[in-house]
Structure formats: C-alpha cells, structure tokens
Design a protein. Structure first.
Length: 133
C-alpha cells in the first residue's frame, strides 16, 4: 500500500508517520547497504546516487518530532532513539547531523546513511538482548 500524495511542505499526520516509520524500519532490517551511495569525484566533489532505500527516507523531513513522545510501537521507538542519538536536525539545507569528530556537519545524504547505520546497530542490540533473555 502506497501512502497518498504527501506535500513536502507539510508534516505527516501521526498515522502516516507511523506507517512510514514502520516501512522504513522493515526496509532497513531487510537490507545491508546505505540509503545513498556517496562517493567523491576526482575534484573532491560529493557524488550521490539514490537507492531504493533512499526513496523511503524522502519523507523523514516531514515527520513531526513531537510524535516521538507519543510513539507506541517498537519500530517507532528504535527510529526515534537512532534519530536522537545521531543528533539529526531539520534545517533549511535538509536533514543534517554532526560528523563523528563533531567538527562539521554531514550532508543530508550522509546524515540519512548515519541514521540507517544507527538503526541497524540498535536493531542488532535489540536482537542480542532478546536472544540473551
């Protein structure tokens, strides 16, 4: 089921955000690659290629952060935990977060890749905890 047309200027409703997050989490769990393939060309300029996974992340800027306090789903909890842990921020330039040395910001594509990596880390920890219980 596809989500209905979503205006990129408006936040998602709480129910659409929950559906989008659930789909994102399922896709991240089923794949191992990044959301965006980011490389540098010979001049040092960033080259970005979208993947199927990246298309699912197009809605992230529209997800209202206020929903994080009302999430009642395990997928949503992991998503918001990863979101907070990497310090993802909504800016006029897109979604960004600090790099690992906290000396600069990652591009939107690199920030989404960092979110994907953190989600996978949290999911693997969750699986380890469940296996140990």
């Amino acid at each position: 089921m596809l989500l209905p047309y979503i205006s990129p200027r408006l936040p998602l409703s709480e129910s659409h955000a929950a559906i989008a997050i659930s789909r994102l989490m399922e896709a991240v769990a089923r794949t191992s690659g990044p959301a965006y393939l980011v490389t540098l060309d010979e001049l040092g300029d960033e080259q970005v290629k979208s993947t199927t996974l990246s298309m699912l992340f197009d809605c992230v800027p529209q997800i209202n952060e206020e929903y994080a306090n009302r999430c009642d789903d395990e997928h949503q909890e992991v998503f918001w935990m990863a979101y907070r842990e990497i310090g993802l921020e909504r800016t006029p330039c897109g979604m960004v977060c600090m790099d690992s040395t906290e000396t600069g910001y990652l591009s939107t594509e690199q920030a989404i890749n960092a979110l994907v990596d953190r989600i996978r880390l949290l999911l693997s920890r969750q699986e380890e905890d469940e296996a140990a219980a």
